[in-house]
Design a protein around this ligand. Structure first.
Ligand SMILES: Nc1ncnc2c1ncn2[C@@H]1O[C@H](COP(=O)(O)OP(=O)(O)OP(=O)(O)O)[C@@H](O)[C@H]1O
Ligand SMILES: Nc1ncnc2c1ncn2[C@@H]1O[C@H](COP(=O)(O)OP(=O)(O)OP(=O)(O)O)[C@@H](O)[C@H]1O
Ligand SMILES: [Mg+2]
Ligand SMILES: [Mg+2]
Lengths: 265, 265
């Protein structure tokens, strides 16, 4: 079955986008069929995957969520990969949340449209293996749609003090979602990001997370590495930009761990 | 007259909170009366200033915005400073945006309540010199309320590639606000944050920003410095945690530049 991940954390700048695009790229390089859905109006994931999203005429996730346009009509292939594709976020997505507020079943819109796309692909004998939904830094209706559409939640946690503070709020929202909207959602994966082993703070945060979430946190932590932040300026993931860099090696190991942990569904 | 700054950028993790609390602390150490308003439901600014905000019973910015509670009833003194105070954000603030959507004049709620607080202080002969409103990483109704309440906008820009991408969207929102809601809003200050001079990327971004915004960008750029990220874990700003660290010295210089640039109102 297709594994559907939401990559969420309302704390800003913790590595949601960097994690979504690099894990997706690593799995695609391993021969798997992967879809990245960009739900952040900033469109950073679309940029990193070299998918055009600045032109207002391009249909993207706004049309999918607000106008129920089929996903198949907005998804594009990511250049340089066989099995990687992306549903881009255009700027108008910023206005989607206010438009969704009065709609019936507003939290389920993405789930229904994703299900019909995945069954389309399955029927065509070209099943999608992994979906990653990149969320904006908030717990509004865009992130709620992602939490309802997914079966697994991947939380990137930056090894900084503020990162821990937001976790209680995020887990509270997840509990509400599993109680009322999506009982099948499972916090399966936590990934430590921007880990700088030389600082006491990073080690303290990492130890704290490993203690509280021993089963969920991946063994592989992502080190702080400038090649990771340079890659998007070339419209690339670090996997193709500098495959031997510490960041690429760590994301490859994390992708392998995620694949090996596949829940027995 | 009181200078009212909104510290905003929808890109996450660029240093909005770190800038708000450290500039405020630096100005307060210089003898000025400063108020920090925490509009981010994560409450990171409240944490950095050691202001209690986890207890639901504590009134905070949710009560101010949604129930029109006077600011004077939620503002508390920041321990360790003479003239520094904070209006905390409690977790329920996360639900404020949806509550504000149907309200009349929903973007002006903070402005009216801030104006009445400032005139109260002025009448008592204890004028507030500076206000800093720390925003969440989004352009929703919380940030809109801040943009309407303020006269000056301070944009922290992280020296990373994605940081530039979001700027166009932010400036577009600012233009809408000045056209329809607050003609007096002025993008007066841009601060480069997490600047690591050893990387080409940081130098490229900084050069790009200085070229496009020569009048707004401060001469002082904030270096990446671990002491800055350690300070909040002690409930402190870096100004008191490690006043001689590169981060503290840079924020002190930035605060002085802001004070010296005071617009001739
Ligand atoms: N391990 C790393 N080492 C160095 N830089 C990193 C690393 N991971 C991410 N970055 C950089 O840090 C910044 C924040 O990362 P990213 O944009 O992926 O976070 P995010 O959680 O998606 O942010 P937002 O909350 O705005 O969506 C980016 O400029 C990115 O290039
Ligand atoms: N100059 C700096 N050097 C090192 N670390 C920094 C610096 N400035 C901020 N940080 C750290 O980087 C992280 C992001 O900063 P901060 O939380 O202030 O950004 P923000 O824009 O307020 O984030 P959000 O979008 O979630 O509100 C924090 O963990 C903070 O401690
Ligand atoms: Mg992102
Ligand atoms: Mg913040």
């Amino acid at each position: 079955a297709t594994r559907i991940f939401t990559v969420a954390n309302q704390k800003g700048g913790v590595g949601k986008t960097t994690t979504s695009v690099n894990i997706a790229a690593a799995l695609a390089m391993g021969g798997l069929k992967v879809l990245v859905i960009d739900l952040d109006p900033q469109g950073n994931a679309s940029t990193a995957l070299s998918v055009e999203h600045h032109d207002e005429a391009i249909p993207g996730m706004f049309e999918v969520l607000v106008e129920s346009r089929p996903l198949a009509e907005v998804i594009v292939k990511v250049p340089g990969f066989d099995g990687l594709e992306c549903a881009p976020a255009t700027l108008d997505l910023a206005g989607a949340e206010i438009q969704l507020v009065p709609m019936v079943s507003r939290e389920n819109r993405l789930r229904r449209l994703l299900e019909s796309y995945l069954s389309l692909r399955e029927a065509a004998g070209n099943r999608v293996d992994y979906v990653f939904i990149d969320c904006p830094p908030s717990l509004g209706l865009l992130t709620l749609n992602a939490l309802v559409a997914a079966e697994e939640l991947l939380i990137p946690i930056q090894c900084e003090y503020y990162a821990l503070e937001g976790l209680t709020q995020l887990l509270g929202t997840v509990r509400l979602v599993t109680e009322h909207l999506n009982p099948g959602l499972n916090l399966s994966t936590i990934l430590l990001t921007m880990f700088d082993g030389r600082t006491r703070l990073a080690n303290d945060v990492a130890e704290n997370v490993r203690e509280h979430f021993p089963a969920e946190v991946l063994t592989s932590a992502i080190p702080r590495s400038v090649r990771l932040s340079e890659a998007p300026s070339y419209g690339q993931t670090v996997m193709t930009y500098d495959p031997l860099s510490p960041g690429a090696v760590a994301y490859l190991a994390a992708a392998r761990e995620i694949a090996e942990r596949a829940i027995d569904i």
